[in-house]
Design a protein around this ligand. Sequence first.
Ligand code: FES
Length: 126
Amino acid sequence: MVKGLYQDILVDHYKHSRNSGVIDPADFSSAQYNPSCGDRVSVTGLVSSDGVITDIRFQATGCVISVATASLLSEKVKGLTLADAALLDTPDILDLIGMSLGPTRLKCALLPLYALRDALHDYSAK
Ligand code: FES
């Protein structure tokens, strides 16, 4: 029952992705791809002068899990400080999607997180 609910949420985020697109010019940006399937997730975002992520957009071409996770993650990250966003890890992603995943599907779900981490890393290195 609960699993079905989460599957419905994932499909909704896949079909109607939140915060989809590109910010240009952006304060941070990055892209990641999954070498096993070639699917790709890119992220762009804006940061306020006090270090809060004020806007974020993902572009994801991939499976339901990767696209839906990018959408869910975008909602989670908007309004977080850079420091709090940098702390997001695998358990937070599993919490967002509401189910455990095998190793192959976990790679799909972590693709948006890796793109975000890369982007934040590049931003903090500027
Ligand atoms: Fe490619 Fe999921 S199958 S990211």
